[in-house]
Design a protein around this ligand. Structure first.
Ligand SMILES: NC(=O)c1ccc[n+]([C@@H]2O[C@H](COP(=O)([O-])OP(=O)(O)OC[C@H]3O[C@@H](n4cnc5c(N)ncnc54)[C@H](O)[C@@H]3O)[C@@H](O)[C@H]2O)c1
Length: 255
């Protein structure tokens, strides 16, 4: 499939984990993909991957408004006009799960990366989508933001709830301009970081019990999320907007 030929796509926090898998999938289907990430080390590692060749990586700290604006301006100066944005940056950033142990600083960084970075990036990219009368925005929500979490805290759950609610509002506001906005809400996806987090916070027995509570009896894979993002970003999904799409093997369901 070459669903993204002629498309220009921006993916945040995409030198590792889900973001890299998403960027690779969209590039494999013909998209011109720019991947933002703050880690020079992860960018160097990603650039060596065969599947990431053709993706343009840009080093930027998404928590830094000035850097972000400068980065998008310089991409625009290179002639890039994004019609697709994947707001993938986020995570619980290893802040404590117990609510009473979460400090203001823990709340600030988690809200900053999950919510504020997505707000800023969307604000920077939307004007071109509006000009072109076409756009696809896919935000990364989470099962945690939909149904609560066994191993992340209230800050992360609230941040993803905010991203998910913002998704509905952007869909309302920009639908008339040809722009869709949806959120993909994964359950635990076994990236190397999540493997570490699960090992740190759950015993082997607890992990096995968690898998047994998933109707599909397995944890999620990066490809499960990348395929869903690709569908929502594609032309085929033009009548789907304002939706929160669970990718969790049936662990959380809503009618
Ligand atoms: N992995 C999961 O199980 C899972 C489940 C549900 C939702 N999600 C969501 O999916 C998204 C991706 O998750 P992941 O597990 O792949 O993330 P991750 O923690 O593995 O991070 C991916 C990348 O983010 C980059 N990054 C971190 N802070 C940054 C910053 N300030 N500026 C620029 N880059 C930065 C890192 O360098 C890394 O390359 C997040 O929004 C997360 O909340 C993940």
């Amino acid at each position: 499939m070459n669903r993204f030929e002629g498309r220009t796509i921006l993916v945040s926090a995409a030198a590792d984990g889900l973001g890299l898998g998403i960027a690779e999938r969209l590039a494999a289907e013909g998209g011109r993909v720019v991947a933002l990430d703050k880690s020079a080390e992860s960018i160097a590692r990603a650039e060596e991957r065969l599947s990431a060749q053709g993706i343009r990586f840009e080093a930027v700290d998404l928590m830094d408004a000035g850097q972000l604006t400068e980065c998008i301006s310089s991409l625009e100066a290179d002639g890039l006009r994004f019609d697709t944005l994947v707001n993938n940056a986020g995570g619980s950033l290893h802040t404590p799960r117990p609510f009473l142990e979460e400090t203001d600083a823990h709340w600030d960084i988690v809200m900053g990366l999950n919510v504020t970075a997505a707000v800023r990036l969307t604000r920077l990219v939307l004007p071109h989508m509006i000009d072109g009368g076409f756009g696809r925005i896919v935000n990364l929500g989470s099962k945690a933001g939909r149904y609560g979490s066994l191993f992340t805290g209230a800050n992360y759950v609230a941040a993803k709830g905010a991203v998910q609610s913002m998704t509905l509002q952007l869909a309302q506001e920009f639908g008339p301009r040809g722009i869709t906005c949806n959120a993909v809400c994964p359950g635990a996806i076994l990236t190397p970081r999540v493997e570490g987090l699960l090992a740190e916070r759950m015993s082997a027995e607890e992990r096995e019990a968690a898998v047994q509570a998933i109707p599909m009896r397995r944890n999620g894979r990066v490809e499960d999320v990348a395929a869903t993002v690709a569908f929502l970003a594609s032309g085929e999904a033009g009548f789907i907007t304002g939706q929160l799409i669970d990718v969790n093997g049936g662990q959380g369901m809503a009618s």
